[in-house]
Ligand binder design. Structure first.
Ligand code: KIV
Length: 275
């Protein structure tokens, strides 16, 4: 009889417990093959609503639906076995009321098997975060630059550059921390603010464009792999340049098809006995 050791995923509580232990590693993933490649190296995979821009060519994340998030969440769950998977609540699926947020988050957990959701918002979302957490839904917060608010904030500008903005991000981070988030994404802010928030919160901060002072880091995987090159914010580092590699591969393929050198004999099925 073979004894199989069940492989256990990291839980939101495991992620929370990493604060003060070591930096937390995270990337976005939207598909099964990419999740498979990322899974051995990260603590959590975020199925971010950035998939609207990265995969679907939308201008903002506002058009992303709950069905899109669930379909991609299922794909990422199929491609991973050890990392904690967190799925974004998309715009319009949680802001109306805490009850609406619970219904959307419960659908995500039930239909994908993931263990947590992320939502954007500060003090105004604290009651919702508390409602979800106290009813069994772990929440990853998201403060600072909040892409779902692009239509009211007017763009993707970093925040925390004046006293009013610093006071707001401080207030927002504390409110989401007090509400019970297991970790908080801090996006697009200056280093002193990120450092202060990280030192003052119970939960770990996960920075994106928020300096090395955070407890962990997250990037959009297509950005750091050099696939999504529509724009490159200052905080993105290309750890690979896959876009030119893909272009070159496709150019070579096109040339070989035109020259009839592909498919070769080694790629061609033959009748048995015929050479
Ligand atoms: O949607 C997303 O990918 C995100 C990360 C950038 C944090 O929210």
């Amino acid at each position: 009889m073979s004894v199989q050791t069940a492989k256990r995923r990291l839980s939101p509580a495991n992620i929370e417990a990493l604060k003060g232990e070591r930096p937390i590693v995270s990337l976005t993933a939207y598909t099964t093959p990419i999740a498979r490649l990322l899974d051995p190296h990260v603590d959590f995979l975020l199925v971010g609503d950035s998939l609207g821009m990265v995969l679907y060519g939308l201008d903002t994340t506002v058009g992303v639906t709950l069905d899109m998030m669930i379909a991609h969440g299922q794909a990422v769950m199929r491609g991973s076995e050890r990392s904690c998977v967190v799925i974004d609540l998309p715009f319009g699926s949680y802001q109306e009321s805490k009850e609406q947020a619970f219904r959307s988050a419960a659908r995500i957990l039930k239909e994908t098997g993931c263990s947590a959701v992320k939502l954007e918002g500060g003090a105004e979302m604290a009651e919702t975060v508390d409602f979800l957490v106290s009813r069994g839904i772990p929440v990853l917060g998201h403060v600072g630059l909040m892409p779902q608010l692009v239509n009211t904030t007017g763009g993707y500008r970093s925040v925390g550059r004046n006293e009013k903005e610093v006071a707001k991000i401080r207030r927002d981070a504390k409110a989401i921390d007090d509400a019970g988030a297991f970790a908080i994404v801090v996006e697009g802010t200056v280093e002193p603010v990120a450092r202060e928030i990280t030192a003052s919160l119970r939960s770990p901060t996960i920075g994106i464009g928020a300096s090395p002072a955070c407890d962990g880091q997250i990037l959009v995987s297509d950005d750091m792999l050099g696939i999504f090159n529509d724009f490159k914010p200052r905080f993105v580092k290309h750890f690979a340049e896959l876009a030119p590699a893909i272009s070159k591969a496709v150019e070579d393929y096109a040339n070989e098809v035109k020259a009839r050198t592909f498919p070769g004999i080694e790629h061609t099925f033959q009748l048995k006995g015929v050479r």
